[in-house]
Write a protein that binds this ligand. Structure first.
Ligand SMILES: [Fe+2]
Ligand SMILES: [Fe+2]
Length: 248
């Protein structure tokens, strides 16, 4: 990936309590955002990966997640922390992904994309540190592409399998977004509050981004099937073209 590295040697802009809380938060994200298994782990993942075109997109997606873990590792080192190899919430998440099947896994990963996108946007807004903001800029750009990939995938399901994203689906999707956000907030609230964020801001952002996803998906479903989403972004975004037969 040919893009400018954050200025890891810039003077530290965060100190004291806020820094120690941020260190813990980044530590968990370094593991959760590409630091664990960077591939689908559901027991029936082959039903998706057997499609070469879709596998290529999924490989690009996880390659970018690995890159996030690398960036977060540098941020962690900058803030005086060490990498962790496990965390209860990450182990639980991986266990559910493995046993509940690839349909659940992809939906759960979409939920984490949306809520972690909010986390990075809040970190960029409130974290008064040059390198941290540089890192957030890179990750936010990639996560925007990942969310676009999931939107294209769900839109393909609508075209090919007649899936309808009506009021019941959107209510459940919003509820899952709030639930995923709450799981994130349990572990990362104190760091973001120490930087100046608020509960209302976090949940407001979760609600807006979840709604934006639903509205954007519905718009895409109503477009011609060849009219794929093309947003600017990283490696994955520039390659998004979800196969017509997604088969999940
Ligand atoms: Fe990521
Ligand atoms: Fe992502």
């Amino acid at each position: 990936m040919n893009r400018q590295e954050p200025d890891w040697n810039a003077p530290l802009g965060i100190s004291g309590q806020a820094l120690s809380k941020l260190r813990k938060s980044i530590q968990q994200f370094q593991l959760g955002d590409g630091g664990g298994p960077a591939y689908l782990i559901a027991w029936n993942r082959q039903s998706v990966l057997s499609d070469p075109a879709l596998k290529k997109l999924i490989d690009l997606w996880f390659k970018e997640e690995r890159e996030h873990s690398r960036l977060l590792g540098f941020a962690l080192k900058r803030f005086g922390g060490v990498e962790i190899k496990s965390h209860w919430s990450f182990e639980l998440f991986c266990g559910l992904r493995k046993f509940l099947g690839v349909g659940f896994e992809l939906h759960a990963l979409l939920g984490t994309e949306i809520v972690s996108h909010v986390y990075y946007k809040m970190l960029r807004k409130h974290g008064q540190d040059t390198a941290l903001r540089g890192m957030c800029n890179l990750i936010i750009r990639d996560e925007t592409g990942h969310i676009a990939f999931h939107k294209a995938r769900l839109a393909a399901d609508a075209r090919n399998c007649g899936k309808i994203y009506g009021p019941l689906w959107s209510a459940l999707f919003r509820a899952r977004g709030v639930l995923a956000g709450t799981v994130l907030w349990i572990n990362h609230r104190s760091a973001l509050l120490a930087l100046g964020a608020t509960d209302a801001e976090f949940y407001g952002w979760i609600w807006r981004d979840t709604s934006a996803f639903i509205n954007s998906l519905r718009r895409e479903v109503h477009q011609h099937k060849d009219d794929q989403s093309r947003t600017r972004g990283g490696l994955l975004t520039n390659n998004i073209s979800v196969p017509e037969k997604v088969g999940m």
